[in-house]
Design a protein around this ligand. Structure first.
Ligand code: ACO
Length: 378
């Protein structure tokens, strides 16, 4: 205990002068990574040096996940979905059918963690096991909520094909499977976004990989992060037709609303993931009938956003074209954010590995802006 000053001592201001603070930590360097590089000004995204466009065209999600976890490129990698442990299935069955899929997925990952030995530090095997488990869990929840039985994994199928099979009971055609795999590749990793940062903070406490991913899913649930693609579908439905686009966009901005699928903390140029997914969407056999409208509405939105925000380039982000791809592969819009989370498992777990390999507890400072030290009233 320290001695108290005499009661009649003059009170000196005790609060330190505020240090520079960047709201939202914009521009603050909070770590180092060799997993991905985003060049926001030029609209470039590299995973361990490889261009995202090349990975989408020539890679698979299994190979990309392996690349992120190990740094090695092996195009022949396989990653089937995994069995759901019995206690986790019991938890999924106990959820209300109206539970949000993101809540179900977060709960499933948490329950899975309680069934596993996940000693520190996290390993590639742990990363692989969790990434392979979660698609089975989401597919099982989606079936249970509509009164259907879950479907066991088929080990002959890779992760995205297996996920669609466990969701629908049918093996998807190669074009559909390929489109979802491309979506998973572009969703796999994106540097220090909010959910990944959450995963790294959790890992930095030497907590386990299931806790890190459960926390990351909670972060991604927010509409400013992973909730956008289903809202893209809603907004396009409200626009209704290209003729109404300009009026709708102007009214929405006048009401202070945000256009979903536009703007990004890092990209000032066109998001390269949006460009890759637009190609995938346009090449799909079963594309939604509103894709052409979406392409035309995008032009209108970009023009009006440029006019309203000449100071801040607001371009199309990945979520805009994620929406038609996910609709095209037959997913219900309320599954979009959780499906994005499945894709991001590779990145989250790779960041957990990277954090653990060179760990220091993440504990930033804050400027205190409350009252000076004072006496309780009375
Ligand atoms: N529509 C309209 N205005 C926008 C949009 C948008 N989509 N995005 C940014 N702005 C405006 C803001 O209103 C703000 O203007 P103001 O200063 O006059 O208030 C200005 O641009 C800067 O916006 P910030 O919120 O400070 O930018 P930030 O970097 O924090 O936001 C974000 C990035 C959250 C993605 C934002 O652009 C947004 O809300 N977009 C819509 C949601 C969306 O598409 N999210 C998916 C992002 S991609 C991903 O997470 C995978």
């Amino acid at each position: 205990m320290t001695d108290s000053p005499p009661a009649d001592a003059p009170t000196e201001p005790t609060l330190p002068v505020a240090r520079p603070y960047s709201p939202g930590l914009e521009g603050v360097v909070a770590g180092e990574t060799s997993l991905s590089y985003i060049d926001g000004a030029a609209g470039r995204l590299l995973y361990r040096g490889y261009r995202i466009g090349d990975l989408v065209e020539r890679g698979t999600y299994a190979a990309v996940a392996h690349l992120l976890w190990t740094g090695e490129w092996d195009a022949g990698q396989r990653l089937p979905t995994a069995e759901i442990p019995r206690p986790v299935m019991d938890v999924l069955r106990a959820l209300p059918s109206e539970a949000k899929p993101m809540d179900a997925l977060r709960t499933a990952v948490s329950a899975w963690g309680s069934t596993q030995e996940l000693p520190w530090p996290p390993t590639v095997e742990q990363a692989r096991a969790l990434t392979a488990f979660s698609p089975s869990a989401l597919a099982a929840f989606a079936r249970l909520r509509s009164g259907k039985d879950p479907i066991d994994p088929d080990p002959s199928l890779d992760l995205t094909t297996g996920f669609l099979y466990q969701l629908t009971g049918e093996r998807p055609d190669p074009g559909t499977a390929r489109a979802l795999d491309a979506y998973f590749i572009v969703g796999a990793e994106h540097s220090f976004n909010a959910s990944t940062f959450t995963a790294r903070v959790i890992t930095s406490t030497r907590s386990d990989v299931a806790s890190a991913v459960a926390g990351a899913i909670g972060t991604m649930k927010g509409p400013l992060h992973g909730g956008a693609p289903s809202e893209v579908v809603d907004q396009l439905a409200q626009v209704g037709s290209v003729e109404h686009a300009e009026e709708w966009v102007r009214d929405a901005l006048a009401r202070g609303e945000r256009l979903m699928g536009f703007g990004h903390r890092v990209y000032r140029a066109y998001d390269p993931r949006a460009a890759a997914l637009r190609k995938v969407a346009e090449g799909m056999e079963h594309k939604p009938d509103w894709l052409q409208m979406a392409i035309e509405v995008e032009d209108v939105a970009l023009r009006v956003l440029a006019e309203k925000h000449p100071e801040r380039p607001l371009r199309t982000n990945v979520e805009y074209y994620a929406a038609p791809v996910l609709m095209g592969v037959g997913l219900a819009p309320d599954l979009f954010p959780a499906t994005f989370s499945l894709a991001r498992h590779a990145g989250w777990t790779a960041h957990a590995l990277e954090q653990a390999a060179n760990n220091r507890l993440i504990r930033p400072d804050v400027n205190y802006v409350g009252p000076e030290e004072r006496d309780l009233p009375g």
